[in-house]
Design a protein around this ligand. Structure first.
Ligand SMILES: [Zn+2]
Length: 224
């Protein structure tokens, strides 16, 4: 006896693979971008591809949660931390280049800020290399991008780090003030907000000034 058994079946094909920030897992994970397609089957075997079914979607390879493809526009944690490091290198370079002289205190604040952003000790040689060669034109655009993903605390932490570098020789000169204004504006901070952070940072620096112990002052929660 011979039965011709035919039917339809939807199969999912992976059209793209990579790493993304999975909102469910809360971290960087591998993903597969998939497209469904209806197939004509014969004896349960797909033989003829028919129409695509539905929109492409992104599936987390770890938790299997499906998302719209727009989820890929979220920066991965790795990209975010890399962008933050590059922005910190550009900002410190820009600020130190604009200072009349680069004092040891300014260098130390820059190294503190760079080490915090990179999560590893930043060396004098790396700082010197940046001061000699790094192009800083991309900083405003990079900060605008970062500002869209950093929360207020993140933006203030970045900005107050810049203020400490700028003010390390005792005062903020006109050129440095102009740079700080530009950095604050790229970060989406209002002039009043920026002035508040500058005043607070200078106050903390003055309170810490006697002895100028490097690293953390007792009882003071310095942002990285
Ligand atoms: Zn996941």
């Amino acid at each position: 006896m011979f039965f011709l058994v035919w039917g339809f079946k939807v199969r999912f094909k992976t059209v793209l693979q990579g790493a993304f920030f999975c909102p469910t897992c809360g971290g960087d994970r591998p993903f597969e971008q998939k497209q469904g397609r209806r197939w004509f089957t014969l004896f349960w075997i797909p033989v003829i591809p028919l129409k695509e079914v539905g929109e492409q979607f992104v599936e987390c390879s770890t938790c299997r949660q499906a998302y719209k493809t727009s989820v890929l526009q979220l920066p991965t944690s790795a990209n975010l931390s890399n962008d933050l490091t590059v922005a910190t290198r550009e900002a410190t370079t820009w600020l130190l280049r604009s200072a009349p002289t680069v004092t040891p205190a300014a260098r130390r604040h820059a190294l503190d800020m760079l080490s915090g952003a990179a999560s590893r000790p930043w060396s004098d040689a790396e700082l010197d290399h940046d001061l000699g060669t790094l192009t800083v034109d991309g900083l405003p655009g990079r900060l605008t991008t970062l500002a869209s993903v950093l929360n207020e605390h993140g933006r203030e932490t970045f900005f107050s780090g810049c203020v400490r570098v700028a003010a390390a020789n005792g005062s903020v000169g006109a050129a440095e003030q102009a740079l700080l204004d530009s950095i604050a504006s790229s970060l989406g901070m209002s002039p009043a907000h920026a002035r508040g952070v500058i005043a607070q940072t200078l106050e903390q620096a003055a309170a810490r000034a006697p002895g100028e112990a490097p690293g953390q002052a007792p009882g003071q929660a310095w942002p990285q």
